[in-house]
Ligand binder design. Structure first.
Ligand code: GSH
Length: 204
C-alpha cells in the first residue's frame, strides 16, 4: 500500500485530497513537525529536503506535493490531468501559477499572522503581500467567467492545485466575497465527496 508522509494540515493535505479523488488505497503516516521528525535521519532518507509531504509507492519515492499529485493522477485517474493536450496544458499552467505566483504571498502572510508571535510580526511583510492578492485573485476570477472548472470542461488538478492555495485566503483574512466566479467555483469544489472526506480528515 502507498504511504503518504505528512500531516493533513500541511502541503500533504493536497496529496490526501488527490488520494481521495483517485480512490487509491493509502496510509497517511503522521510526521511530528513540532518534534522535528521531518529533520530526523530516517525521514531525510525519504525526503532529503526535510519537508512534507513525501510519497512512497513500492520503489517510487517522491517529494513535492504537486509532482506527487501528477504521479497519482497518471497512475490512477489520468482524466484528472485533462483529456486533451490543451486541457493538460491548462493543468500545468494553473498548477505552476498556483505554486509560483499565488502561493508565495499567501504563505508569507500566513507565516506572519498564524506562526509569528505578535511581538515579532512584521506588518510591512503582511501589507506588501496582501497588496498583491487582489490582482492575482482577479486573474483567477476572470478566468473562471462562464466556466465551472478551470479547463472549461471538468474538474482537474488545475482546480485542485489552485483551490488548495486559494483556500488559504480565508485563514489569512483576505475576503473573497466580491470574486463571484471564485465563489461559485469553490462551491462546486466543496460539493465533491473527495473534498468533503479531505475536509473531515482536516477537522479530525
Ligand atoms: N514545495 C513543497 C513545499 C513543502 C513544504 O514547505 N512543506 C512544509 C509544510 S507545509 C514543511 O515541511 N516545512 C518544514 C520545513 O521547511 O522545515 C511541496 O509542495 O511539497
Amino acid at each position: 500500500m502507498m504511504t503518504l508522509y505528512g500531516p493533513v494540515k500541511t502541503s500533504a493535505g493536497r496529496c490526501i485530497w488527490t488520494l481521495e479523488e483517485v480512490g487509491a488505497q493509502y496510509e497517511n503516516k503522521n510526521i511530528d513537525m513540532r518534534a522535528k521528525e521531518h529533520k530526523s535521519e530516517s525521514f531525510l532518507k525519504i525526503n532529503p529536503n526535510g519537508k512534507v509531504p513525501a510519497l512512497v509507492d513500492g520503489d517510487v519515492c517522491l517529494f513535492e506535493s504537486m509532482a506527487i499529485n501528477f504521479y497519482l493522477a497518471e497512475k490512477y485517474k489520468p482524466e484528472l490531468l485533462g483529456t486533451t493536450i490543451e486541457e493538460r496544458a491548462q493543468t500545468y499552467q494553473w498548477s505552476f501559477w498556483a505554486s509560483s505566483e499565488l502561493q508565495d504571498p499567501i504563505i508569507q502572510v500566513f507565516i506572519q499572522k498564524i506562526f509569528m508571535p505578535e511581538d515579532k510580526r512584521s506588518q510591512a511583510v503582511i501589507d506588501e503581500n496582501m497588496e498583491l492578492l487582489p490582482g492575482l485573485f482577479s486573474v483567477l476570477d476572470q478566468s473562471l467567467a462562464n466556466k465551472n472548472f478551470l479547463n472549461g470542461r471538468a474538474f482537474s488538478l488545475a482546480d485542485l492545485h489552485t483551490a488548495s492555495v486559494a483556500s488559504i485566503a480565508h485563514p489569512i483574512g483576505f475576503d473573497l466575497s466580491s470574486y463571484k466566479n471564485i465563489g461559485l467555483w469553490m462551491k462546486a469544489i466543496s460539493d465533491r465527496p473527495a473534498f468533503q472526506k479531505y475536509m473531515k480528515l482536516r477537522q479530525a
